[in-house]
Design a protein. Structure first.
Length: 217
């Protein structure tokens, strides 16, 4: 199959695996999603979901969070990786949302990327999952699988994002990025598959015998 043919085939197969993929991070609105995604850096979604209920009891909106100290926030999120840095970012971005956006999360990619602790991927997730804007956030799972499936060279996550956006229809991006994440976690893991073991890798490349060496994100 050519690259576009693989992409078209994968779109159909992933719809069979995950017809309605849920958002893995528990949240209430755009703000709690923004904070949850920020917390998920170098941390599993399960760990974040264990911590956020207590964090929302402390404060679940920018105005209230801005009134909390970094130490109060840190005390709640300490089990997560990079906790001190994340506590500082959460308080700072909450204050910015109050001062510049009337306490609302701006539905704008560039504006989101200017917030402390918010990079391109985090902003893309919020745009896709909170505001329904077409985006294709690329995490480590997507970066790895796109290489195993021959959809990108994997030079870096931004290049992988560009390659996937060219291959898949815009209206599929928000659903597809979740489908690939779930498949990567459940079937095509970093150690459990090397491009020759899982169902989709075998179906795409039935003659592949050598492991696929992927570039890290």
């Amino acid at each position: 199959m050519k690259k576009q043919e693989r992409a078209d085939w994968l779109l159909k197969r992933l719809d069979e695996f995950y017809p309605e993929p849920p958002i893995p991070l528990e949240h209430r609105d755009a703000y709690t999603l923004l904070v949850a995604v920020l917390l998920s850096a170098q941390c599993t979604d399960k760990m974040v979901n264990r911590v956020t209920p207590e964090l929302w009891r402390l404060a679940d909106n920018p105005a209230d969070m801005a009134q909390r100290s970094e130490q109060e926030i840190l005390a709640v999120i300490r089990p997560l990786g990079l906790a001190p840095r994340k506590a500082k970012a959460i308080r700072q971005l909450s204050q910015i949302l109050v001062d510049q956006y009337e306490g609302n999360v701006p539905p704008d990619q560039a504006a989101l990327e200017e917030l402390p602790g918010v990079g391109h991927k985090t902003a893309s997730v919020v745009m896709a999952q909170a505001f329904g804007e077409p985006a294709f956030p690329v995490d480590t799972h997507i970066h790895r699988l796109a290489q195993r499936w021959g959809l990108t060279s994997g030079q870096n996550v931004l290049q992988t994002e560009k390659d996937l956006k060219r291959l898949f229809p815009r209206e599929s991006w928000n659903r597809l990025h979740l489908q690939i994440i779930y498949y990567g976690r459940e079937h095509c893991t970093a150690r459990g598959c090397d491009g020759t073991q899982c169902t989709l890798c075998r179906e795409l490349y039935p003659r592949r015998r050598s492991p696929v060496v992927t570039r890290k994100a």
